[in-house]
Ligand binder design. Structure first.
Ligand SMILES: CC(C)(COP(=O)(O)OP(=O)(O)OC[C@H]1O[C@@H](n2cnc3c(N)ncnc32)[C@H](O)[C@@H]1OP(=O)(O)O)[C@@H](O)C(=O)NCCC(=O)NCCS
Length: 172
């Protein structure tokens, strides 16, 4: 378990798989990631089976002070040679706007730099997701560039913003 100020990040367990599918398919969260179709139980189960056998992606359930799961955060494409990983976060809509996102992401980033000894973490955010972009900027992420009109949703194209944070920037 990785402890933040208010939240705890714990390893994804088999029993969390349906919870994860619920968040992934949630109408308020669905348009905020690259998934195209809602995931079925079978697809989620298949994903979990392949997830369990690899080490480049790690999903953490975010538990609040009452040990209730409020969302998940993850490391993807963990690359030990270049000491970098992509990171992401999704909170249950009921748990948003209460400081959990900031605490959880800060905790994950600290773990990346201070335990995994990474040098760079990076992410992508859609141009209309102002709340997420504001959080990332607050944590020190720097915009590296834009993939123009890369994401199509609700009958419109959107830019995808690529951002990163280096270990020395995090220390500052
Ligand atoms: C983005 C997300 C992780 C932020 O977590 P959160 O718990 O809701 O946000 P917090 O309460 O920790 O607030 C962190 C910062 O976000 C920004 N923020 C929060 N609510 C905001 C809002 N309604 N509008 C704009 N910015 C907002 C602020 O900068 C805030 O910092 P401050 O409180 O010091 O001013 C969360 O809202 C979420 O999971 N959203 C849906 C999924 C998603 O968009 N994931 C990211 C995909 S790239």
């Amino acid at each position: 378990m990785i402890c933040g100020e208010r939240v705890t990040l714990r390893a994804l367990e088999e029993r969390d798989v349906e919870l994860l599918r619920g968040w992934r398919n949630h109408p308020e969260l669905f348009g905020l990631h690259f998934g195209v179709l809602p995931l079925s139980q079978t697809e989620q189960r298949r994903w979990y089976d392949s997830y369990s056998g690899q080490s480049a992606t790690k999903v953490f359930i975010i538990d609040n002070e009452e040990a209730e799961p409020v969302g998940y955060t993850l490391l993807k494409d963990l690359d030990h040679k270049n000491r970098q990983a992509e990171i992401g976060i999704h909170l249950d809509p009921h748990a948003q706007g209460q400081g959990y996102g900031k605490d959880a992401f800060l905790t994950l980033i600290r773990f990346c730099f201070q335990e995994l000894n990474l040098h760079r973490v990076y992410l992508q955010v859609f141009d209309f997701n102002e709340r997420a972009a504001a959080l990332y900027r607050k944590l020190g992420f720097v915009e590296e560039g834009r993939l123009r009109e890369c994401f199509f949703t609700q009958n419109a194209y959107h830019d995808v913003i690529q951002m990163s944070l280096l270990e020395n920037e995090f220390k500052r």
